[in-house]
Design a protein. Structure first.
Lengths: 360, 302, 313
């Protein structure tokens, strides 16, 4: 059953088209993350679903009801904003109950819903305080509470954790996930933070200039990116790319990059790799083995720079005339200048057509 | 409730955002009927020979010819030019010097500012009457200085047709320089502290820093202040009425007073409309280049 | 690495030791009577005296009797303080045939200022809110006309307004004058409120819409309580502006409704009778008292208000 459905949605401001014929179906109870860098149209899409922006063309359905021209309050949604957007002059309790008062919900029902939300979010001691007396994390909890009391099935999050420091962000991330697991309602979550996307989402929609590049579960997005943009956007440090040409020898396939030929026979290609085809080979830093006995062929490379990060150690190497990064365990150290032996697991590599930039 | 059916109809465009439109009705009426309509109406009727009541019988440029032949209008324009030139120069210079003094991290800054700005809270009528009294030749400044022994001393601008406009200028400067000082001070405070530090490290003397670095950086503030003073000058009316009533004779007449007198006292509406259209033209000459500099071509703000 | 660090600390200790014996140390001595201070404070004090002088003369003159004014100089403090000029200015001074003093003008000004301030601020704040948060097609065009219109000399628009008010049947009444003040206060106030509301976080407005609040609910419950400072600024701007108005008062009202400024001018500049300078000055102070009080009470907010008002030109 679809919960939110977007059909051929277009939005333009004057001559600038932000969204063009966008389609998206979100299942009931699904946690969908819209991921992209700023200006990609992800927040715009969310605002359209919320009814805060008038669409130029297309339709929006929530629970199979056409809400394209409905007011935000009539769409059965709750929304949480990046800047929390708490009404500064009202206490936490008033903030939570404001929408219900506007909707003329009877007072006993308001009290019931407010205290339930406060209990879920553990903000009961804060109810009488003003937003200015709360910490960032507490404010965002109240903002989530404001969506909770509306008793709706669809929650919209617009970069809710971006204003928090790193530690609080990971704490609240876990709480949002817990909240989703217990409420089991539909959540649409906009972020530019791939860690948030990967940890929270059932499915991620990676967006670029108003177009969804790939819509899939986090593991598929990470392991089998649909195109070069998604491959480069997900993962930190980002995937190593080698531009080369396909060769076949003795029934095996290679990607030749300068003097180096990568054996890609094990790569699960969708079609056939044609000899002479111009391709881009993508290898994630964490998928490269260093000085390990492997099955595949071995390449030698020189360590350029070492970046120890505690749990991990990041090596910057020179291979096939270009720089690449490799992630290894933190306790293994390689001083600059040392030579390492690399082997690759082509089963988790990615190969893209150099011209179309799509996965092969 | 709409929306139960698929593809609910787009609501009527006129009714969308209805409350915002209702709230804007006063603005729309003011902008269209009064500002746009009223201005056009006056300009159109300036080409008629309306007397006691506005009539649409066109006489071409007759009113303008009569206007520019009237000695009183010529005096008004001359006065406006003298008054305008000197109040621009003096209020900018005095305002800037005062602001620069106030910006020396002085003590009692608030007190000084309060004193310099309070005349601005007073009306032109009050200002004009006070200075009428101070410049009274029989009791005011002139008599004081004479009583100190300088018997031949003469300073009675309000009774001397040749210098009466300077008497008004003194009052206008007293009332308005505080505001210019405040605007300039805001401009000075808007300049990065590091500029001053850099100039100090480079060993540039303070006055040179002001002239060569700070004033060019304040271009935007200075131009805005100029426009504010200039469009205020064109409107000068109350001050003259209170201080001299245009006298002695017609020596301190100004265009705004000419307009009022012809419209409401002389019952010669056509002359009033023609004179007010000339005022509009004057303001346009000041505003259009500024608007162009500020919002058009250059796109740079100081 | 370690060696270098040690060397440099050793060096700095040596240098400090050398400085201990001679040369400047500690805070630079302050000279309160430096040449710079004398110039700066001297100029400011002289300028301040110039600004204060008229106020002083006004007060002093209003406290003297006429005989003392005729013989003494205007700067001398009163030999014999009398409040009679004040009483006379307030209750007995004549304009034309009426001899009931400035009090009538004062109450007229109150009856003009109070509704004008309230209505102009109410209209402009709602309008600025609509422009900032509920944009509709064409709104920007009308707003541009409004702002450009603020630069048009009033004289150009006065007569058409007379006609409009006459058609509405309110020409010469207080209602008509309140409408005029609302019209001419609109550009600057709308700009003031529009900019203020546009500066508030947009997400707050969005959150309120998701909560189901409409145009008026958001204005009254969310925006208004957050905007008290700007309302105070607008009030200062309007109270002083409307109280000090002369032109509109004289054009759009009948003599019995003349505001205080018009009546003051008529009293002082009347050609009949003997000039009573002390009464005139008392009347002048009385007329300036309201805006001066606003000014001294509001302090910094007044500066903000006029800086905003100055934009209108």
């Amino acid at each position: 059953m679809t919960s939110v459905s977007v059909r051929d949605l277009s939005l333009s401001f004057g001559a600038v088209t932000v969204l063009d014929k966008l389609n998206l179906d979100i299942d009931h109870g699904e946690f969908l993350v819209l991921l992209g860098s700023s200006g990609c149209g992800k927040s715009t899409l969310l605002n359209c679903v919320a009814g805060l922006l008038d669409v130029t063309d297309g339709q929006i359905f929530i629970h199979d009801r056409n809400v394209t021209w409905e007011e935000p309050k009539d769409r059965g949604i709750g929304m949480v904003f990046q800047s929390y957007a708490l009404y500064p002059q009202m206490s936490v309790e008033k903030n939570l109950s404001f929408g219900l008062k506007v909707a003329k919900v009877p007072q006993p029902e308001i009290d019931k819903r407010v205290s339930r939300a406060a209990e879920i979010l553990q903000i009961q001691p804060l109810l009488k305080r003003k937003p200015s007396e709360l910490s960032g994390g507490q404010r965002q909890r109240v903002a989530i509470g404001r969506a909770l009391v509306r008793d709706v099935d669809v929650f919209l999050f617009d970069e809710p954790l971006s204003n928090l420091d790193a530690k609080l962000r990971s704490e609240l991330r876990v709480e949002i996930k817990r909240l989703h697991q217990s409420l089991k309602n539909t959540m649409i979550y906009v972020t530019h933070d791939q860690i948030e996307a990967l940890t929270l989402a059932d499915r991620i929609a990676v967006m670029k200039s108003g177009v969804i590049q790939q819509l899939a579960d986090p593991m598929t997005i990470y392991n089998a990116p649909e195109n070069l943009f998604v491959a480069g956007f997900i993962g930190s440090p980002s995937m190593n790319f080698f531009r080369g040409e396909v060769e076949t020898r003795e029934g095996r396939s290679f990607v030749r990059v300068g003097a180096v030929a990568f054996d890609v026979t094990a790569y699960p290609a969708r079609g056939r790799l044609h000899p002479g085809q111009k391709v881009v080979l993508g290898l994630r830093p964490e998928h490269v083995k260093v000085d390990e006995a492997g099955t595949g062929e071995v390449h030698e490379a020189t360590v350029d720079i070492e970046e120890p990060m505690g749990a991990d150690n990041l090596l910057w190497l020179k291979l096939a005339g270009q720089s690449m990064s490799v992630r290894i365990a933190g306790q293994r150290r390689y001083p600059p200048g040392s030579t390492v032996r690399l082997s690759f697991d082509m089963g988790v590599a990615s190969i893209f057509d150099a011209a179309t930039e799509n996965r092969l | 409730m709409t929306g139960l059916t698929r593809g609910s109809a787009r609501p009527n465009q006129w009714l969308r955002n209805l409350n915002a439109k209702i709230a804007s009705i006063p603005m729309i009426l003011t902008a269209v009927v009064i500002f746009l309509g009223g201005t056009l109406w006056t300009v159109v009727y300036s080409f008629t020979n309306s007397k006691l009541l506005p009539r649409l019988s066109f006489v071409g440029l007759d009113q303008y010819e009569r206007l520019w032949a009237a000695p009183r209008w010529i005096v008004s324009i001359q006065n406006l030019a003298i008054f305008g030139f000197f109040s621009l120069v003096f209020s900018l210079v005095i305002g800037f010097v005062l602001a620069a003094l106030m910006d020396q991290k002085i003590r009692f800054e608030n007190t000084f500012r309060t004193i310099m700005l309070y005349p601005f809270a007073l009306s032109f009528i009050v200002t004009g009457l006070v200075w009428q009294w101070l410049l009274n030749p029989q009791y005011g400044v002139q008599s004081i200085i004479r009583s100190l022994g300088w018997e031949s001393f003469s300073f009675d601008p309000l009774y001397d047709a040749d210098i009466v406009i300077y008497g008004i200028l003194i009052a206008a400067l007293w009332q308005g320089t505080g505001l210019v000082m405040c605007l300039m001070l805001a401009g000075l405070r808007g300049i990065d502290e590091d500029i001053w530090k850099a100039a100090r490290v480079d060993g540039i003397p303070m006055w040179k820093t002001y002239v060569l670095i700070i004033i060019p950086m304040m271009r935007g503030v200075i131009i805005t202040t100029l426009v504010i003073i200039a469009s205020g000058i064109v409107k000068v009316y109350d001050l003259v009425v209170a201080q001299t009533s245009g006298g002695p004779g017609i020596a301190s007449e100004v265009p705004a007073k000419y307009v009022y007198d012809y419209m409401f006292l002389a019952q010669n509406l056509g002359q009033g409309f023609a004179a007010s259209t000339m005022m509009l033209l004057t303001v346009a000459i000041i505003i259009v280049p500024w608007a162009y500099l500020e919002f058009g071509g250059g796109r740079k703000r100081g | 690495m370690d060696n270098i660090a040690k060397n440099s600390t050793a060096l700095s200790i040596d240098a400090a030791g050398a400085r201990l014996k001679d040369g400047p140390r500690g805070a630079r001595p302050k000279r309160t009577l430096s040449r710079r201070n004398i110039i700066v404070y001297g100029t400011l004090i002289v300028v301040s005296l110039y600004y204060l002088l008229p106020l002083y003369v006004m007060i002093v003159t209003s406290l003297k009797g006429m005989p003392e004014i005729r013989v003494g100089n205007i700067f001398a403090p009163p030999l014999e303080v009398t409040f009679e000029p004040w009483v006379k200015a307030w209750a007995e001074a004549c304009t034309g045939l009426n001899c009931d003093g400035l009090s009538r003008g004062f109450w007229n000004s109150v009856r003009i200022t109070v509704p004008s301030v309230i209505i102009s601020i109410a209209v402009a704040s709602v309008n600025g809110y609509a422009l900032a948060n509920w944009r509709f097609k064409g709104a920007d065009l009308f707003f541009t006309i409004l702002i450009v219109g603020a630069f048009i000399p009033y004289q150009v628009m006065i007569y058409p307004i007379v006609i409009v008010l006459r058609e509405m049947g309110v020409y010469g009444t207080l209602t008509g004058l309140v409408i005029v003040h609302t019209i001419f206060g609109m550009p600057i106030l709308t700009l003031l409120f529009r900019n203020y509301f546009a500066g508030l976080p947009e997400e707050l407005f969005k959150a309120a819409r998701v909560d189901g609040a409409g145009f008026w609910t958001i204005y009254l419950k969310i925006m208004l309580p957050m905007s008290l400072p700007i309302f105070v600024v607008a009030m200062i701007l309007q109270v002083t502006g409307i109280w000090n108005d002369f032109l509109f008062g004289v054009v759009f009202t009948r003599p019995e409704y003349y505001p205080m400024t018009v009546q003051l001018n008529n009293i002082v500049n009347s050609v009949q009778g003997v000039k009573e300078y002390n009464v005139n000055m008392a009347a002048t102070i009385l007329t300036g008292l309201v805006p001066l009080t606003v000014y001294f009470v509001s302090g910094r907010l007044f500066v903000r208000g006029i800086a905003a008002g100055a934009v209108k030109g």
